[in-house]
Design a protein around this ligand. Structure first.
Ligand code: ZN
Length: 391
């Protein structure tokens, strides 16, 4: 990987075969050009003609497609250890349960900061190479005050989108009541300075509705934005709580009642779908079509974690969403860029419009449709972040 910082001035990307902007104002432009200056998009327009402004350097895209950098709004990257055997056993028929998280917790507590940072950094680099220019990173494998605090400190070395997930599971040797008191008390106090968001795993085997509401409300009280793991393994109160509390996003949304779908549409809470989890646990996929048809905002993310979805690939998630979840290619790419940005309440990323961050991907393909049409093929040719080439 190279970091190729521009020498200053304007960079013109010309001869873009198809520019997908994820901007509803003008979704896609054939034969486009784009100018980047000072790390942001300065101009977008047709590549041919007299109106292209002057620039200090030119990048020939040679008819290929350009899309915004992916926004992966759900990832668990601060961990140690390996769950290969658990995956293999599951593929031989063992069911997935939330309890597997405890295996990673034990390994994470044992690991030095440097080892956790090296692992997270390697995953972030892997994501960048696949076109992800913004990633959210959660804690949640420490589950002590100090292990959660240091997990968030490490996450913050890689992203501003850090999420306090002390409420991932109740760790062994602590009662659920005592643990909720810790998560809403001293652990929150220690973690809030390092976190932008608070999250809870609202699921059978993890935290129930009352506990989840209490944990999110405490986080909101400490100045954090709310997000929630809801409806992964079964229907539950998570989506309702997200809508009540004004969470930015309800994540998974695999098992939803009609009332949940209506509440998501009314509240504007983003439904973040994580098809890597269904793929890796051999489970039924969420019904994206049902959500989109109801007017719900949908995001796609990897849920990258060592247990239930150990993929860092947004192109893979786009392909799954199209093939398995009845999303159109355009809807899937939108969900993986602008949708993810919305799930993080960001307007400066996930979109290519004048003033947005110059985070973009040049595909070695003539159209973004190839992300689903050619699954598993490495189509990310160049990645630019803040106007500099990083891949
Ligand atoms: Zn998750």
């Amino acid at each position: 990987m190279t970091s190729d910082a521009p020498a200053g001035g304007a960079t013109l990307f010309e001869d873009i075969g198809l520019l997908y902007t994820a901007d509803p104002e003008r979704e896609e432009i054939a034969d486009a050009a784009l100018i980047v200056e000072d790390g942001v998009v300065a101009w977008i327009g047709p590549s041919s003609g007299q109106n292209v402004p002057a620039a200090d350097r030119r990048i020939g895209v040679e008819g290929r497609a350009v899309i915004p950098g992916f926004v992966d709004s759900h990832a668990h990257l601060v961990f140690a250890g390996d769950r290969t055997a658990e995956f293999a056993a599951r593929m031989e028929g063992l069911p997935y349960s939330a309890g597997g998280i405890r295996t990673t917790v034990a390994a994470t507590r044992e690991a030095a900061d440097a080892a956790l940072a090296a692992n997270a950094g390697a995953l972030v680099a892997e994501m960048l190479a696949q076109g992800t220019t913004t990633v959210e990173i959660k804690s949640g494998y420490g589950l002590t005050v100090e292990d959660e605090r240091r997990s968030l400190e490490i996450a913050g070395r890689f992203t501003a989108e850090t999420t306090y997930l002390g409420a991932h599971v109740v760790p062994p040797g602590v009662s659920a009541d005592d643990y909720v008191s810790m998560v809403t008390g001293p652990m929150l106090q220690a973690c809030a300075p390092y976190a932008r968001w608070v999250d809870v795993f609202c699921e059978r085997g993890a935290f129930d509705g009352d506990q989840s509401r209490e944990i999110l409300a405490a986080g909101i009280g400490a100045g954090l934005g709310a997000r929630i793991h809801a409806g992964q393994l079964g229907e539950g109160p998570g989506v309702r709580i997200a809508c009540e509390l004004g969470a930015a996003s309800a994540d998974h949304c695999t098992h939803l009642t009609d009332a949940d779908v209506a509440a998501l549409a009314d509240s504007g809470v983003v439904a973040t779908l994580l098809p890597g989890a269904e793929f890796s646990t051999r489970s039924p996929y969420p019904d994206a079509r049902r959500l989109l048809d109801a007017g719900v905002s949908v995001a796609l993310a990897t849920d990258c974690n060592p247990g239930s979805s150990f993929t860092s690939s947004m192109p893979f998630c786009v392909a799954l969403a199209v093939r398995e979840m009845r999303m159109s290619p355009k809807e899937a790419v939108y969900a993986a860029t602008a949708g993810g940005a919305r799930a993080l309440r960001r307007t400066d990323v996930g979109v290519l419009r004048v003033g947005a961050r110059a985070d973009l991907v040049i595909l070695s393909a003539p159209s973004y449709v190839h992300l689903a049409y050619r699954p598993g093929v490495p189509l990310v040719d160049q990645v630019w972040k803040d106007g500099a080439r990083v891949v």
